[in-house]
Design a protein around this ligand. Structure first.
Ligand code: HEM
Length: 189
């Protein structure tokens, strides 16, 4: 290959890679073609009417997550293996005060939505370590151990079943893996 031909080849390669940087490659990173997130497989950003708030719309993914969370809180409330950790919440609810329940439902829903890839919400609660340390969260009256965590996971799947999501649903199994990845932050004894 002559020097001239070689230079021509290198120039062509350079031009090709710039073209790629500027248009073709950028295209594949644009939101329109981004790979679906776990949040998308839970329903994503499609707007649906919110059965709990007349006249309001909600993202389908958030609605499903909220339904799973709320069912799970009810399952936990009746589970003597771990409901002793939730005495503050349960005594409030028992006396008709739903403020703490609403706050917990919102924070858990935001946490899971963001964790599965939702872009339209943010989590404003405590870190997982702080939320599960009684010294930093007086609503958590006792540290959790591994068997508490196991019970929590069983209750989460039972809550999902109650919300119409079978345990074999791939998206639920993926959520379960995210939850399991947080064990070391939540379990503090
Ligand atoms: C990966 C698993 C878990 C996640 C993602 C999780 C997440 C959360 C979140 C987001 C909050 C609210 C924090 C805030 O409002 O600042 C919270 C509160 C709490 N969590 Fe967990 N949690 C998990 C496991 C557990 C376990 C195993 C227990 C005990 C059995 C537990 C007991 C509590 C209690 C008692 C509260 C306070 C509830 C209240 O506000 O009344 N959590 N958790």
């Amino acid at each position: 290959m002559s020097m001239k031909t070689r230079t021509l080849f290198s120039t062509l390669i350079l031009v090709a890679s710039f073209a790629c940087l500027n248009s073709a490659c950028k295209k594949s990173n644009s939101p329109a073609t981004a790979a679906p997130t776990l949040y998308d497989s839970l329903g994503g950003t499609v707007m649906v009417s919110d059965p709990a708030n007349a006249g309001q719309m909600i993202e389908k993914g958030r609605l499903l997550i909220r339904n799973i969370i709320d069912s799970t809180i009810f399952v936990i409330a009746g589970d003597t293996a771990i409901n002793g950790h939730f005495t503050v919440l349960l005594s409030e609810v028992g006396s008709g005060n739903l403020t703490g329940f609403m706050a917990l439902s919102k924070n858990l829903t935001d946490f899971v939505a963001v964790g599965t890839g939702a872009k339209d919400y943010s989590y404003g609660g405590k870190s997982m370590v702080a939320a599960h340390n009684p010294a930093q969260n007086p609503r958590m009256n006792q540290k959790a151990d591994n068997s508490d965590f196991n019970a929590f996971e069983v209750d989460l799947f039972a809550g999902a079943n109650k919300a119409g999501v079978p345990s074999t649903t791939p998206a639920l199994i993926s959520v379960g893996k995210i939850v399991e990845s947080l064990r070391s932050q939540v379990v503090q004894q």
